[in-house]
Design a protein around this ligand. Structure first.
Ligand SMILES: Nc1ncnc2c1ncn2[C@@H]1O[C@H](COP(=O)(O)OP(=O)(O)O)[C@@H](O)[C@H]1O
Ligand SMILES: [Mg+2]
Length: 231
């Protein structure tokens, strides 16, 4: 019997065109069974114990692919999963062509509908029993069709807790404030309108908690200035 050779697969994937290199993964593009695909590869870390490294990469790869599949089942627009190779740290997925939401927001214009949609999509993910873990404007793609996609489930987990949901909201708000300062407030209002429309009554508690988290952060900042040093 010929066993699956992860190393050879990795070698082949690494011959594909590299489009982005993240902290943990490489994003390459190529063709998979005739489909334009993105190859997200968690690369081995040479300084780590090989066995532990393999275990971590395969665990995270499986977790991410599971979250993507669950998101899609829950009605979230996410890239379709074409194939998963945990032992190679590889997910092959649908390639979504188009700019990141971050790039779109940098172009002047009325982005109300996009932000509304972004909020609605996060709510749909929450209703599907997941939290995203890293909902920034770099993790939404505005497809050429005009439709918005939520990507990057690398930090996602299955949770329905108010705190975890509120952290998602807080992270998106912080992302807006740090990269789109001039439109942040209006953008966040639009985002929350979309979130509430899909989430319904439960949204109130999540919104309140997100505000609490924000104030906790402020409190830390205030202490920082009192003590006059960086924590
Ligand atoms: N399915 C996809 N289609 C098109 N571009 C993608 C896709 N997945 C990732 N990308 C691009 O690669 C970047 C990094 O991918 P991401 O999954 O966010 O990895 P990381 O965990 O390193 O942030 C994204 O910001 C996006 O530009
Ligand atoms: Mg990302």
């Amino acid at each position: 019997m010929v066993s699956f050779d992860a190393e050879r697969l990795i070698e082949w994937v690494r011959s594909l065109e590299l489009v982005k290199r993240g902290a943990e993964s490489e994003i390459r593009v190529g063709s998979f069974m005739g489909l334009e695909a993105v190859f997200k590869l968690r690369v081995p870390k040479p300084y780590m114990d090989p066995e532990l490294d393999l275990e971590l990469r395969s665990f995270r790869t499986r977790r991410e692919a599971k979250a993507m599949a669950a998101a899609i089942s829950g009605g979230v627009r996410a890239p379709r999963v074409y194939a998963v190779f945990p032992s190679a740290g590889l997910i092959v997925m649908e390639r979504i062509k188009g700019p990141l939401l971050k790039e779109r927001l940098q172009v002047h214009g009325d982005h109300g509908h996009l932000l509304h949609e972004a909020g609605g999509m996060l709510a749909r993910l929450h209703r599907a029993g997941l939290v995203h873990g890293d909902p920034t404007t770099s993790n939404y793609i505005v497809a050429e069709t005009g439709m918005l996609y939520l990507i990057d489930y690398g930090l996602s987990s299955f949770s329905t807790s108010i705190e975890d949901r509120a952290v998602d909201i807080h992270l998106f708000r912080r992302a807006l404030e740090s990269t789109h300062a001039t439109i942040a407030q209006e953008a966040f209002t639009n985002f929350m309108e979309g979130y509430k429309r899909v989430m319904g009554e439960e949204a109130g508690k999540v919104e309140e908690r997100a505000e609490e988290i924000r104030l906790r952060g402020r409190y830390v900042e205030k202490r920082r200035t009192i003590w006059g040093r960086t924590l």
